[in-house]
Design a protein. Structure first.
Length: 277
């Protein structure tokens, strides 16, 4: 199985949660300047919290952070005339990290949900559905969520993927059927490994992530059914950060207008996630 790998230094860096500098060259040349808030301009950088274990959106490649979110976050920074830095943060602690000002914003494949909007504001930039990944040949015939009755599914902790399975499992039980054994993992890559080793029956994640694993491990994995439950994905911000929200929204709008967003998404085979603007 081909999973994300890190050099020793990168692993140590991630474990300590220190800053990972994104490539300033990522993405197309920006069109138009976006005025950053004064604190961002003074710092000369915007710091993002990101769980860098979620290919193709964020992962380590050759010891450096890469992926669609890394490119998008870096391009937004360029339009503000500053650099982008990424703090590797476990997903289930990522909103508390933002609220405690360990970063300026979250860019980490985070779904914009009503529950999360109670804590943070969002600037939506893509819309992503969710899919099941199963072993090659789909020996357990899992094509829809109800096929997981009495079976196990792995998800990353703190995600809307888990929330969705929780609701579907409860629904199965109200219908007198066996629920789903939901196994959570601190890292998305751990969940994929658990499927490969037979510790779970299916893996549930955002469709681009499942596609990433399936295309790189076609002898091991395949899709289990069709995409379900599409949800907007947004960059999360503290509610009081109105100027930064305006700046990021302006940058995202520019990126769609000049084609940068679609070029980035195409690069990572995520064109279907583009917002319908």
């Amino acid at each position: 199985m081909m999973l994300r790998s890190r050099a020793r230094l990168a692993a140590a860096t991630a474990a300590l949660g220190v800053l990972v500098v994104g490539s300033v060259a990522a993405g197309a040349t920006s069109a138009g300047h976006v005025k950053p808030p004064a604190n961002i301009a003074r710092a000369g950088k915007i710091v993002y919290c990101s769980d860098i274990t979620y290919p193709p959106e964020e992962f380590y490649k050759g010891g450096k952070a890469a992926g669609s979110d890394i490119d998008i976050g870096t391009n937004i920074a360029r339009r503000m005339g500053v650099k982008a830095q990424f703090v590797n943060t476990t997903f289930d602690s990522i909103i508390p990290a933002l609220l405690s000002k360990k970063c300026d914003a979250i860019v980490s494949g985070m779904n914009d949900t009503a529950r999360r909007r109670k804590q943070v504001n969002f600037v939506d930039y893509i819309s992503v559905g969710q899919s099941f990944m199963v072993k090659k040949g789909n020996p357990l015939h899992i094509t829809k969520v109800f096929d997981l009755s009495g079976k196990s599914a792995g998800v990353e902790s703190g995600t809307t993927n888990k929330d969705y399975l929780d609701k579907q499992s409860a629904k199965l039980q109200t219908e007198g059927k066996k629920g789903i054994t939901i196994v959570t993992f601190p890292k998305d890559t751990d969940a994929a490994t658990a499927l490969r080793t037979g510790k779970i029956d299916a893996y549930f994640a955002d469709t681009p992530v499942v596609a990433w694993y399936v295309t790189r491990n076609s002898k091991l994995f395949s899709f289990g059914g069709k995409t379900v439950n599409p949800i907007p994905v947004g960059i999360a911000l503290r509610k009081q950060e109105r100027q930064l929200r305006v700046a990021i929204q302006t940058a995202v709008t520019q990126m769609y207008h000049d084609g940068t967003m679609r070029r980035i998404l195409a690069k990572w085979k995520m064109s279907s996630t583009a917002l319908k603007k």
